[in-house]
Write a protein that binds this ligand. Structure first.
Ligand SMILES: Cc1cc2nc3c(=O)[nH]c(=O)nc-3n(C[C@H](O)[C@H](O)[C@H](O)COP(=O)(O)O)c2cc1C
Length: 359
């Protein structure tokens, strides 16, 4: 008897199966507004139990990449509403991933008046893509003032309320992969000397205050969080107290009653592995739903669920390349391979044109 294809109760929601579509930035949101092409893409994948959207900015300041959607303006809320309605009609539940890029940005990608903000003025190494001028080095962000911290927390709460208005079942705080929330957690990007920097109790403060604000706005059953312990993406090096820091976060997030923790493991993409002990720590300390992701196929998904390592499995690239992934995995059918060259390009190619199996 398969666990993967059976129903799962997530807080007040019943998911049609245990398979989650992982959040994936696809850069099709022209002018940062969700559109009909995006609706088609998500509806094609609505056999998932839960769809987590691509990273979506709670603020003009958080729009670091070209053509990523936001959820701070009325037009964005309207665009998302059409998508959640269409996805719900096909059976999946849907959370929006709130991604504030922080220092992983470029002024050429930001709307007029927006600012590149981060805990400290530490530029990321490497370059990033801009539509206007191609690859550009990461500029140094502005260190957030106390007032910036307050207004950014308020933006998260506003975005969370917008998410409910837009018909989402909840939000996922993107506190992974080197974006703003993780920039506060990690010592290389957080060099503050106030109550938001220094020991982990301080470096975790911003994330926990954001979590409290969104829980206050929409309730703990509608708030999940994504974390990447041992993740190094976006110039976030490993450091000595990583395991202890994330153990503290597991305890603190549990105390705030969030509906899920979603752990990233990018070792299938060449990143350092997340130690099994770290995953087990979250399993032990975080009492609500645990989602694991990274390099899963049907067999490994079933085996981790059966072993009780987690409650749900999220798949990224397999969903990207297979609109009917659930059917394919269930019937042991062959899967399409993802085409990296169209991950982030505008238009339907490599987005809505992956073939489904003939019925
Ligand atoms: C094209 C692409 C875009 C991604 N964008 C995001 C994102 O916006 N937010 C996020 O948390 N992870 C993002 N990821 C990471 C995935 O959610 C997932 O963790 C990763 O692909 C590993 O899972 P997989 O082996 O099943 O693909 C992205 C991955 C890909 C391939």
């Amino acid at each position: 008897m398969s666990i993967l294809y059976s129903k799962y109760v997530l807080g007040p929601l019943t998911l049609q199966n245990h398979l989650v579509m992982a959040p994936m930035t696809r850069n099709r949101a022209t002018d940062n507004i969700p559109n009909a092409l995006m609706a088609e893409y998500y509806v094609q994948r609505a056999a998932a139990g839960l769809i987590i959207t691509e990273g979506t900015s709670p603020s003009p300041n958080g729009l670091g990449y070209p053509r990523i959607p936001g959820i701070f303006s009325p037009a964005q809320v309207e665009g998302w509403k059409r998508i959640t309605d269409a996805v719900h009609a096909k059976g999946a539940k849907m959370f929006v991933q709130l991604m504030h890029c922080g220092r992983i940005a470029h002024p050429l990608n930001l709307p007029a008046g927006a600012r590149m903000l981060a805990p400290s003025a530490v530029a990321a190494g490497g370059e990033m893509y801009t539509d206007a001028e191609g690859m550009k080095p990461h500029p140094a962000p502005q260190a957030m003032t106390e007032a910036d911290i307050r207004s950014t927390i308020a933006e998260y709460a506003h975005a969370a309320k917008n998410a409910v208005t837009a018909g989402f079942d909840g939000i996922e705080l993107h506190s992974a992969n080197g974006y703003l929330l993780e920039q506060f957690i990690r010592p290389n990007t957080n060099q503050r000397t106030d109550g938001y920097g220094g020991p982990i109790e301080n470096r975790a403060r911003f994330v926990l205050e954001v979590a409290e604000a969104v829980v206050g706005a929409i309730g703990m059953d509608k708030v999940g969080i994504r974390l990447s312990p041992f993740g190094v993406f976006n110039d976030m090096p490993l450091y000595g107290t990583m395991e202890a820091d994330y153990t503290y976060l597991a305890q603190q997030l549990n105390a705030r009653g969030l509906v899920y923790v979603h752990l990233v493991d990018h070792s299938p993409m060449g990143a350092p592995p997340v130690p099994d002990a770290m995953k087990a720590t979250f399993r032990k300390l975080f009492k609500r739903t645990l989602i694991l992701s990274g390099g899963y196929d049907a067999e490994r998904a079933e085996s981790d669920l059966a072993a009780g390592r987690c409650d749900l499995i999220a798949a990224g690239r397999p969903f990207l390349a297979n609109p009917d992934l659930v059917d394919r995995w269930r019937t042991n059918a062959a899967v399409n391979a993802p085409d990296m060259s169209t991950f982030y390009t505008p238009g339907p190619k490599g987005y809505t044109d992956y073939p489904a199996l003939k019925k």
